[in-house]
Design a protein around this ligand. Structure first.
Ligand code: ATP
Ligand code: MG
Length: 398
């Protein structure tokens, strides 16, 4: 009965002359997403929306579940399309559609109409009145409420007739591939996967880097990060995850530098390495899950000292978020359960009892002189030996 899906987008509608690029990027992302599930789909742009025509065996709920993860879509409606525009055919098709969607309808409703075919026998207001009367006579449980209806029923007369009613809220934001690529510092915690999700919703593609410190961090901790990357890729598209062996660097800092400065110096090296990998892989920014005041390394002073070593912009989408708000998003996007699995990540093992909370850049720079001898070589090795895992969400968990 449902023959396709009408996809509306919000922001990309205002991009002027570049609009078609955004529309094409969105069509492409919709195609990639739908190629992963049953059915075959023809995805086309049509008068300010996207229409995904569905054929073969497909599961309407599954299509919606997947499409609501595509950045750039604001709303999704299952739609019936009728080629025969005679009024009798349109009326019957609308009634059948409502019956199929709602069973025995029992609610207040309002018909909305649009007509781009100006030669049609009825005007938009006439379509609403005529269709309303027909539906009232066909379904006893219906009543009209033009002020505050429970259900809207749309009838659009275009090249063909488009009938739809249910509207599912999409992810919003901008289509992937319209904003360049960034390198996400992805740990096994709650915050960084959420940061990746948020930035990708603005159309940014992602690579990711994870700093692994075996044997202090286990293979399972790494597996957990791979799983998180896969879960984020449901929204962000395919992610290449670089795993950097950080053990030697961490040990060296631990041996030579004051322990209370350990975290901040480690973080500076994480940023430096992430930036080098970013530059080598066409990324034009870094992304972290930092939020002001959350831990010692995220005071404004610590952030300033960490940031000092970066030349690329560092995007911190969670900077002003409360933890609970971050948790809520993590639950919504399905990363929370993975994030709270109890495998150590490399920061938690080397934390000092009393880390500095207001580091001074000159003091930290001085401490870093103590590792001058070997650190550059170690950083090079870490970059050159990074391994790559491709993370790509599959709805059926393949
Ligand atoms: P998260 O929940 O994202 O792990 P957190 O609250 O544990 O964050 P920190 O450990 O201070 O905070 O890390 C701050 C940010 O630094 C993280 O959000 C992440 O972007 C990055 N980061 C920390 N540890 C690692 C790691 N082992 N590998 C890659 N990135 C990391
Ligand atoms: Mg962490």
């Amino acid at each position: 009965m449902v023959q396709g899906f009408l996809l509306k987008y919000a922001e990309i509608g205002i991009k002027g002359k570049n609009r078609y690029k955004f529309e094409n990027a969105l069509c492409e992302q919709v195609r990639i997403k739908l190629s992963k599930i049953d059915g075959s789909y023809n995805v086309v742009r049509s008068q300010g929306r996207i229409y995904a025509e569905a054929t073969g065996d497909f599961d309407c709920d599954e299509v919606i579940e997947e499409l609501i993860t595509v950045p750039g879509i604001s709303a999704i409606s299952p739609v019936k399309v009728v080629a025969d525009k005679s009024w009798e055919s349109v009326k019957k098709a609308t009634g059948d559609f409502i019956e199929k969607q709602y069973g025995n309808p029992d609610f207040s409703f309002k018909v909305k109409s649009k007509r781009s075919d100006k030669g049609y026998i009825y005007t938009s207001p006439e379509i609403c009145t005529e269709m309303g009367a027909y539906l009232l006579s066909r379904f006893k449980g219906l009543k009209v409420d033009v002020q505050n209806p429970e259900v809207y029923i749309w009838v659009e007369i275009r090249d063909m007739v488009y009938i739809y009613s249910k509207v599912y809220k999409g992810a919003g934001g901008m289509p992937l591939g319209t904003a360049g690529k960034a390198m996400l510092l992805l740990s096994g915690g709650i915050d960084s996967p959420v940061a990746g999700y948020m930035i990708s919703k603005r159309g940014v593609s992602l690579d990711a880097v994870y700093f692994h410190a075996p044997p202090y961090t286990s293979e399972r901790a790494k597996e957990k990060v791979v799983t998180l990357a896969r879960q984020v890729s449901r929204y962000a598209g395919k992610i290449r995850l670089f795993t950097v062996n950080f053990t030697d660097i961490q040990m060296y800092i631990y041996e030579k530098c004051p322990h209370e400065e350990l975290t901040i110096i480690m973080r500076r090296y994480m940023m430096r390495i992430a930036e080098a990998l970013a530059a080598n892989n066409k990324c034009i920014g870094l992304v972290t899950g930092e939020s002001i005041g959350q831990v010692a390394s995220q005071t404004m002073q610590s952030l300033a000292v960490t940031n000092e070593v970066c030349h690329m912009p560092v995007y911190r989408p969670l900077i002003a978020f409360d933890k609970q708000d971050i948790v809520n998003i993590a639950e919504k996007i399905g990363t929370f359960e993975t994030s709270i699995q109890p495998y150590e990540d490399c920061c938690t093992i080397f934390v000092a009892k009393h880390p500095v909370t207001k580091p001074r850049a000159d003091v930290i720079r001085n401490s870093e002189k103590k590792i001058e001898e070997k650190i550059e070589e170690m950083v090079k090795t870490a970059i050159n030996t990074a391994t790559i895992t491709e993370a790509d969400w599959q709805p059926h968990g393949i």
